[in-house]
Design a protein around this ligand. Structure first.
Ligand code: URA
Length: 242
């Protein structure tokens, strides 16, 4: 038998509307279960078999949601912040749920693929250093690295918090305003890691854009700040080894 859940909790979880606001709206007659109007927020529903309509929308139950965002610059990778705009603030209402957070961080000035979810266990597993889920970035550097420094980048760079794990770096044919663009793959995620690696090798990062998370590429049709929900096959791609 499926686990039942209180109507107000179910609606609040699925819509991101606060529990108290949900209760008020249920009392006012904005909810129906299996075609019957319900004003009691405390009744139990079976999320998988009952049809719940709230404010005219049928809520299709999904235990968790996985969202790909093309993060713009000047937005922080956090759920909430008193002063700054966060990636979760940019999620449109149709995908808003309680408990959304970004799985891992991109710096405020970095752009590209951020995974936003409410599935803590999944996020933990893809971020766990022992899992080695690769993340790929396009990095615009101030100056080129020497072949010797490229080798060091790949084998491990001494940082204040220890030597980095083996990484990949390939110089692309692209230049932005005369600055070389590298493709970098990391298998760990330390604070400002790529910036610190370049700087310890005598260069400087001017721009950083994440283009894939595990085996899943950023959807290039997403404009900065846009996002879309991932299907289950896409979520599985994240943990697939390439
Ligand atoms: N490395 C960095 O330095 N910054 C990021 O945002 C991601 C990786």
């Amino acid at each position: 038998m499926n686990e039942k859940i209180r109507l107000d909790k179910f609606i609040s979880n699925q819509t991101g509307v606060s529990r108290s606001e949900t209760k008020k709206l249920i009392k006012k007659g904005f909810a129906a279960v299996n075609g019957t109007a319900v004003k009691n927020a405390e009744i139990s529903v079976d999320p998988e078999s009952d049809t719940v309509v709230f404010c005219g929308d049928t809520l299709s139950y999904k235990k968790y949601i996985y969202i790909m965002m093309n993060k713009p610059a000047d937005v922080v990778s956090a759920s909430r912040s008193p002063e700054e705009r966060t990636v979760v603030d940019l999620v449109p209402d149709s995908m808003k749920r309680r408990g959304l957070f970004p799985a891992g961080r991109l710096d405020k000035d970095s752009t590209g693929f951020v995974l936003i979810t409410d599935d803590g266990e999944f996020a933990h597993s893809v971020l766990s250093p022992s899992r080695h889920v690769p993340k790929t970035y396009l990095v615009t550097a101030e100056t080129e690295l020497s072949p010797e420094n490229e080798k060091k980048f790949m084998s491990g760079v001494e940082l204040s918090d220890g030597v980095t794990k083996p990484a990949k770096i390939t110089k692309t044919e692209k230049y932005i305003d005369g600055h070389p663009v590298y493709e970098v793959v990391l298998f760990e995620g330390r604070y400002h890691q790529i910036k610190r690696m370049f700087s310890s090798l005598g260069s400087c990062v001017l721009g950083l854009h994440r283009i894939s998370f595990g085996g899943l590429k950023l959807d290039e049709s997403l404009l900065p700040g846009e996002c879309r929900e991932l299907g289950s096959e896409e979520v599985a791609e994240i943990t697939k080894n390439r």
